[in-house]
Design a protein around this ligand. Structure first.
Ligand code: SF4
Length: 243
């Protein structure tokens, strides 16, 4: 399928989501895929809310892109930050870089800074959208265009699921879409500053995320936002969340 057909299908899907699955919210992390969705949603489907999770550990390049995007599209994403007391208490007890010390610490940090704010962002929504693609990681190889998110109890759409990396960059260039400066420095996937690094040519695109963890030690190179049927009750209790 060529790119023009994929874009036409994407427009159809976004229109259906806006019409039949509102309130709908797009989780925008300002990576390349998310900028494709930002470009279409902000220009043509403004009934879909755009939100972002500001973990307070984002690289300055991402913060700069958020500002550029706000000016270009004349829209500011709804921003969800961690509960200050939870984040502060965790840092006081474990330090700013405890994610390198254990998978449990890393997952607790992700829970406080990403998962709990995501839960707030998705409250009372009927659907949410992501920029996930099958090609990005083995853990995403069986993703569908839509699925029922049992954790949040709403429909989750992955509108770019069958797009290739080439499709994403062809769209960005053809439509003059702003993108994160770190992509030009070898970062295919961008998250928090302490947990993201550049990868070598030909390396797995996810190799730059939580690279110090081994899958066999419980690491999974996912932050919990997109892990299906994850049991987070132990983490909730560890970080002091009761809701
Ligand atoms: S990606 Fe790293 S800094 Fe960001 S929330 Fe997860 S562990 Fe914390």
């Amino acid at each position: 399928m060529n790119l023009a057909t994929k874009v036409a299908n994407l427009r159809d899907l976004l229109g259906r989501i806006e019409r039949d699955f509102s309130p709908a919210a797009f989780a925008n992390s300002f990576g390349a895929e998310d900028m494709v969705l930002t470009d279409l949603i902000a220009r043509e489907f403004r009934g879909i809310q755009i939100f972002t999770l500001d973990t307070l550990r984002l690289p300055k390049e991402t913060l700069a892109l958020i500002d550029v995007s706000r000016r270009k599209y004349n829209s500011r994403p709804a921003t969800y930050t961690p509960i200050f007391d939870l984040a502060d208490d965790f840092v006081r007890r474990n330090g700013l870089f405890s994610m390198y010390e254990s998978v449990e610490n890393r997952k607790s940090c992700c829970y406080i800074r990403k998962v709990e704010p995501l839960n707030r962002a998705l409250a009372l929504k009927k659907s949410w959208l992501t920029g996930l693609r099958r090609e990005q990681a083995p853990s995403r190889s069986d993703l569908g265009e839509s699925e029922f998110d049992t954790g949040h109890k709403l429909t989750k759409f992955n509108p770019l699921v069958d797009w290739t990396g080439e499709d994403v960059w062809a769209y960005i260039r053809a439509n003059d879409v702003p993108y994160n400066a770190l992509h030009d420095k070898g970062y295919p996937s961008i998250g928090c500053e302490p947990c993201t690094r550049a990868v070598k040519a030909g390396e797995d695109p996810r190799a730059g995320r939580w690279w110090w963890e081994q899958a066999g030690e419980g690491g999974q190179q996912e932050c919990g936002l997109h892990v299906r049927a994850v049991d987070i009750s132990r983490l909730k209790s560890k970080v002091g969340v009761t809701a």
